[in-house]
Design a protein around this ligand. Structure first.
Ligand code: UTP
Length: 594
C-alpha cells in the first residue's frame, strides 16, 4: 500500500503509517482509487485525526491500552486478587446534630476554595427525554431546571464568601449534549453566572474494537464505529485542557463533582467539604447506608500489604469478594440492618493538589476497563465490538501510598435522588422493590429536603402520606422550597426561621437572603411564596396563611398520552396549578413586613 495515494496531507500520512504499524491495515485495505468516494475518505481521515488528538497517547496509545486490557479480560484476571476488604474510613453524617453542624460550618468557610464539576455528557437513554436532562425542571411548582438550580447554588456559595468571587463551574458535555447545554446557558443569560466562571469540556467518543488484537471496528468502509468512553473522561479533559492546574493556581483546593439530575446534592455539599478539609481526604465519596445485596456499588477499603485502596465495588462483585476473603456469609447486615460497605452515589470531592499530580502521572487516563461479550468460551471473538471505558469514581485506583480516600455517609434522600428512568420503567422498578429514580420521585424528594430543613429549625411539619401517581410513589407535601439564596446550611435556616407550622398540602417558597419567618402557620393547602432581591429585608411574624395555594393535578390518560402536554409533565404524570397562592415579590432594597 502506498500511503501517498491515500492522502496528500503529511499529518494524515504520518497517522496512517503509525496505524499500519499498530496492526490496522484493514482500515485502509481496498481503498477506491483517487476520484472515487473522496468525500467519505476525507471524513474518515478527519475523524481518525480528531480522535488521535483528543485521546492522550493518541490512537496507537488507545490500541495498545485495549490490547493489554483485552489480554487481562481473556485470562479472567481477578482485579482484586490479593486484596482483603475492610470498612472504609468513614464519617457518619446521617443525623442532624452537633457533628453535622461542625462540618457544615467548616465547609461553608471553604466555598471560596471549591469548584463545581458537573458531568453532563450522558445520553440519558433510560429517561428517553427529547432534550438534555439539565433542562428538565426538578420541580413544577415554579419549574426550575436542574441547571438553573445548580447555578443558583453556585451564586449562593459566592454570596457567602468573605470576599465574594465566582465559583468555577466546569461542565462536561458530549456530542449529544453540548449544543443544547450551550443553548440553555445562552438563552437564560447563563442563569446569572459570569462567562469566565463557566468552563465547558466536551468529551469525544472512542473507537469500538473488533477483536483481541485491538483492531478498530468499521461500521462501513470509511467509517469507524464510535462509542461513549464514560464519565471518567472528566479526568482526561481536566488534564488535557490544563484546567485542573489552572484552578489550583487560582487557589481552588477541592473539586466537587456532581451529576446532571441530582437536585439534592447541594444539601450535602457544605458538610461534605468540611469533612474533606478536616480529614485531609484526597478523595471523598459521598455515600448512603446500603442494605446488603442492594443494587448499589459498595465502598470498601481494599488492603494488600501496604497498599490500601478505597474503591467502589459493583454490588455483584462485592458479595463474592467477601465470601472469598473475610466473610463466608458474604455481605451481612449490621445491628441497624446496613452493610459495612456504604452505597456509592457517585458524588466525589477531589483534593486538587494531589489530583494535579495524579493527572500528570497518568495523563488523566483513569483506570480504563473493557467489558467484551465473547461469542464462546474460547474468548477469541466478540459478539459485537467493544470499547474501553472509564468511570470517574475509579480515580483512587491510581493513588500512591499516602494519598487518602474516605467516605462521608448522608441520609439517602437528603443527598441523592436522580431522575433517570422513564415513567413506565420507574413504575416497574418500584413494583420490583427498587428505587424508581423518576421525575416524580426526584421532585417528591426535593420537597422532602425542604421539609427536613424546616423540621431542623423547629417548625411543626405535617407530612402527607405517600401515594402512588401512575404507580410511582409521591408525597404531596408540604412542598417546601428553601432556595439556595435563602440558605445554604442548616445553621442559616435555623437563624432565619423559628416556630410555626406547615400542613400536609401547603407550599412554602423562600427565595432571598434576608427573609425571616417567626411563628408562621400555613394551613391546609395554603401557599406562601416570598421573593426578595438583595437588600430587601422581609419579616413575617405571627401570621396565619390561608388561601387556595397550589393544587397538584394528576394528568388524565388523554393528557398523559398527548404530545400537547409538555414532556417534562408527562415524565411525572401530574402538574401543579396556582389556585390563589400568596406571592410576595420585593424587587427593591428596603425593610418590609408581611
Ligand atoms: P448515568 O449513569 O445516568 O448515564 O450517568 P447516562 O448515560 O446519562 O444515562 P443512560 O445510562 O443513557 O440512561 C451518570 C452521570 O454521568 C454523566 C451523565 O450525564 C450523568 O450526569 N455521563 C455519563 C457523562 O458525562 N458521560 C458519559 O459518557 C456517561
Amino acid at each position: 500500500m502506498n500511503i501517498q495515494d491515500l492522502t496528500g496531507n503529511k499529518n494524515e500520512q504520518a497517522l496512517i503509517a503509525e496505524l499500519l504499524d499498530a496492526g490496522q491495515e484493514h482500515l485502509f485495505a481496498n481503498w477506491d482509487a483517487p476520484g472515487t468516494n473522496d468525500e467519505p475518505k476525507t471524513a474518515f481521515l478527519k475523524s481518525l485525526t480528531r480522535i488521535n488528538e483528543s485521546y492522550p497517547g493518541g490512537l496507537t496509545g488507545y490500541i495498545s491500552n485495549a490490547r493489554k486490557l483485552l489480554a487481562d479480560a481473556k485470562e479472567d484476571r481477578n482485579p482484586f486478587e490479593g486484596f482483603i476488604p475492610h470498612q472504609p474510613d468513614k464519617v457518619d453524617l446521617t443525623q442532624f446534630n452537633d457533628v453535622y453542624d461542625h462540618y457544615e460550618a467548616l465547609g461553608r468557610n471553604h466555598f471560596d476554595k471549591t469548584a463545581i464539576v458537573l458531568v453532563a455528557g450522558g445520553l440519558g437513554e433510560r429517561l428517553g427525554y427529547n432534550g438534555i436532562k439539565l433542562d428538565i425542571p426538578v420541580e413544577v411548582t415554579e419549574s426550575t431546571s436542574y441547571l438553573a438550580h445548580y447555578a443558583a447554588c453556585l451564586k449562593a456559595m459566592e454570596a457567602r464568601m468573605k470576599k465574594p468571587k465566582p465559583v468555577p463551574f466546569i461542565i462536561m458535555t458530549s456530542e449529544d449534549t453540548n449544543a443544547k447545554t450551550l443553548a440553555a446557558l445562552k438563552n437564560n443569560n447563563r442563569f446569572g453566572l459570569k462567562e469566565e466562571q463557566i468552563h465547558i469540556l466536551k468529551q469525544e467518543l472512542v473507537p469500538a474494537i473488533a477483536d483481541n488484537d485491538g483492531r478498530l471496528a468499521l461500521e462501513e468502509k470509511y467509517k469507524l464505529i464510535l462509542k461513549p468512553h464514560g464519565h471518567g473522561d472528566i479526568h482526561m479533559l481536566l488534564y488535557s485542557s490544563g484546567l485542573a492546574e489552572k484552578l489550583e493556581k487560582q487557589g481552588i483546593e477541592h473539586l466537587f463533582v456532581i451529576q446532571d439530575t441530582n437536585g439534592q446534592v447541594f444539601n450535602a455539599l457544605p458538610a461534605a467539604i468540611g469533612v474533606s478539609v478536616e480529614k485531609g481526604f484526597d478523595f471523598n465519596s459521598l455515600a448512603v447506608n446500603r442494605i446488603p445485596g442492594e443494587a448499589v456499588g459498595g465502598l470498601a477499603k481494599l488492603v494488600n500489604g501496604k497498599t490500601e485502596l478505597t474503591l467502589n465495588i459493583e454490588y455483584n462483585q462485592l458479595d463474592p469478594l467477601l465470601r472469598a476473603t473475610v466473610s463466608p456469609e458474604g455481605d451481612v447486615p449490621d445491628a441497624q440492618g446496613f452493610s459495612m460497605f456504604p452505597g456509592n452515589i457517585n458524588v466525589l470531592i477531589i483534593r486538587l493538589n494531589s489530583y494535579v499530580k495524579i493527572l500528570k502521572r497518568t495523563r488523566g487516563i483513569i483506570a480504563e476497563f473493557v467489558n467484551p461479550k465473547y461469542s464462546d468460551k474460547t474468548k477469541t471473538a466478540f459478539k459485537s465490538p467493544t470499547r474501553l471505558e472509564t468511570m470517574m469514581q475509579d480515580l483512587p485506583k491510581l493513588f500512591e501510598p499516602g494519598e487518602k480516600a474516605g467516605v462521608t455517609i448522608f441520609n439517602r434522600r437528603w443527598c441523592f435522588s436522580a431522575n433517570k428512568n422513564n415513567i413506565k420503567d420507574a413504575a416497574a422498578k418500584h413494583a420490583a422493590g427498587g428505587p424508581p429514580e423518576s421525575g416524580a420521585t426526584a421532585e417528591s424528594d426535593f420537597y422532602l429536603a425542604g421539609r427536613m430543613k424546616l423540621a431542623a429549625a423547629g417548625v411543626k411539619v405535617e407530612a402527607a402520606k405517600e401515594e402512588l401517581i401512575r404507580a410511582i410513589p409521591f408525597t404531596r407535601g408540604p412542598r417546601v422550597l428553601l432556595r439556595p439564596a435563602f440558605a445554604m446550611t442548616l445553621d442559616e435556616v435555623r437563624s432565619k426561621i423559628s416556630g410555626g407550622s406547615i400542613a400536609d398540602e401547603a407550599t412554602l417558597v423562600l427565595d432571598g437572603r434576608d427573609i425571616r419567618l417567626e411563628n408562621v402557620e400555613l394551613s391546609g393547602r395554603s401557599a406562601l411564596v416570598i421573593k426578595a432581591c438583595d437588600g430587601a429585608k422581609v419579616t413575617v411574624k405571627n401570621l396565619k396563611i390561608e388561601n387556595g395555594g397550589f393544587e397538584l393535578v394528576k394528568l388524565t390518560d388523554e393528557e398523559q398520552n398527548s404530545s400537547a402536554t409538555p414532556e417534562y409533565l408527562r415524565l411525572r404524570g401530574y402538574r401543579i396549578e396556582n389556585c390563589g397562592a400568596q406571592i410576595a415579590v420585593f424587587n427593591k432594597p428596603g425593610e418590609y413586613r408581611l
